[in-house]
Design a protein around this ligand. Structure first.
Ligand SMILES: NC(=O)c1ccc[n+]([C@@H]2O[C@H](COP(=O)([O-])OP(=O)(O)OC[C@H]3O[C@@H](n4cnc5c(N)ncnc54)[C@H](OP(=O)(O)O)[C@@H]3O)[C@@H](O)[C@H]2O)c1
Length: 389
């Protein structure tokens, strides 16, 4: 269905070379919601051995954690058995494909036992924390690195989008963000078009699937009045910091873009509708050719390209950061371009968390051998079969 580049994750099961990563790095997931669970599953589906999930901290009860790990309304059943081990004096544990993961139920980061468990990296996926101070508590508890699953605050050591600005990652960094799913989806396209045709300005509109902060029926749960409305009854405009987030990754575009976001009544998969004023004239065919080539050469496995007449459901469980829908590319008067980019905001992003973590560990372990040139792409990612429903 998709035009896969030769090095796409669907054709290359290889992870980073063994010299780049340690045999196994013990990691923990803090916050085991949509992204936390996709992350665990992406690790399992990609058959990785270099990142070992040693602990999960989540406020839900163990039986519910097991249930929602095993059964997922969007991605289907977990590929393998998921069980709870009998509780011991040290607490509960989840057993996933013969691997035991300690379950913690601790809302205070300052009380998490990372040193005792030997956890080296924490994936901060709770959505509750955005600040350096909290990340520093993870470090004080014994972790060596914290990777946020969201843009978080500006004063982190780095914000990294796989394939777009990997060179910003330094061995000494301790607190890093993998940016947002939307930033991951659009920045490979923006980077490519700014290099080739030049971007004067742009308006970006994210059509984003529903999120954890929306109620199923109208409810008094949010200070943003639009977010008090039933998620599956309306398209709901929400605030977005996307334009500023892109400026962090591509400073050359800072101030040239504006963004808006509309939550749409879908459980998963989003789309970016991008309108760009270009410096040089082009055609839709040339623009598609540029993006197709970039997908294959600069961002293999990260940026997809398709000419098929697809709908959002076709991108469920798609591991790319984003996929250009060539059939929707339009150019007016040579310099006003409109593009549509699909992305699985859950799965694609979970795969990128793994990529950034792997790259970070490789950089830290072997700073001389930097696989960090801009746009190098080809990150280890997951060979993903379609979800079993
Ligand atoms: N979903 C996406 O498409 C997506 C994509 C990219 C990035 N992100 C970002 O990833 C983060 C998580 O999003 P999500 O969609 O996975 O949200 P989610 O489904 O609500 O998951 C977050 C989980 O963390 C738990 N949690 C909250 N505070 C905690 C704490 N102090 N300690 C341990 N667990 C805690 C939550 O429990 P309670 O429900 O009890 O609070 C919830 O189960 C957010 O920052 C989001 O912006 C999400």
């Amino acid at each position: 269905m998709f035009k896969q580049s030769p090095n796409s994750p669907l054709t290359v099961p290889a992870a980073a070379t063994p010299t780049e990563t340690p045999a196994t790095t013990p990691v923990a997931i803090n916050g085991f919601g949509r992204i936390g669970r996709c992350l665990l599953r992406a690790l399992v589906e990609s058959n990785r051995r270099d990142l070992e999930v040693r602990a999960i901290n989540e406020l839900a009860d163990p039986a519910t954690i097991r249930h929602l790990t095993q059964y997922d309304s969007t991605h289907g059943r977990f590929p393998g058995p998921v069980d709870l081990e009998p509780a011991t004096p040290t607490g509960h544990a989840l057993r996933v494909n013969d691997h035991t993961i300690r379950l913690l139920n601790q809302p205070q980061v300052a009380a998490l036992p990372w040193r005792e468990l030997g956890v080296e990296m924490v994936f901060e996926c709770s959505g509750s924390f955005t600040d350096r101070k909290t990340a520093a508590q993870h470090l004080a508890q014994g972790a060596q690195r914290v990777l946020f699953s969201q843009p978080a605050d500006r004063d982190l050591d780095a914000t990294v989008v796989a394939g777009v600005n990997p060179g910003t990652l330094k061995p000494h960094h301790r607190i890093v963000s993998a940016a947002s799913c939307t930033t991951n989806a659009i920045t490979p396209v923006l980077q490519t078009l700014h290099r080739t045709l030049g971007i004067e300005s742009g308006l970006l509109c994210t059509l984003h699937a529903a999120m954890h902060d929306q109620p199923v029926i109208d409810a008094y749960h949010h200070t943003d009045l639009r977010k008090t409305r039933a998620a599956f009854e309306s398209m709901i405009p929400v605030d977005t910091a996307l334009a500023a987030g892109i400026g962090r990754i591509l400073p050359e575009l800072d101030g040239r873009l504006a963004a808006r976001a509309i939550r749409v009544p879908l459980a998963n998969v989003s789309a970016m509708d991008a309108t760009l004023q270009l410096r040089r004239t082009t055609t839709a065919a040339d623009l598609n050719q540029i993006l197709q080539q970039a997908a294959a050469e600069q961002y293999p496995g990260l940026l997809g390209y398709t000419e098929e007449p697809l709908a959002s459901c076709d991108f469920i469980h798609d591991p790319h950061s984003g996929t250009v829908d060539a059939s929707q590319t339009t150019v007016v008067n040579g310099r006003l371009a409109k593009l549509l980019i699909w992305f699985d905001n859950e799965w694609g992003y979970a795969c990128r968390l793994i990529d950034v973590a792997t790259l970070w560990l490789a950089t830290a372990k072997n700073p001389q051998k930097a696989p960090l040139t801009r746009g190098v792409g080809g990150f280890p990612s997951a060979p993903h079969p379609p979800p079993a429903k």
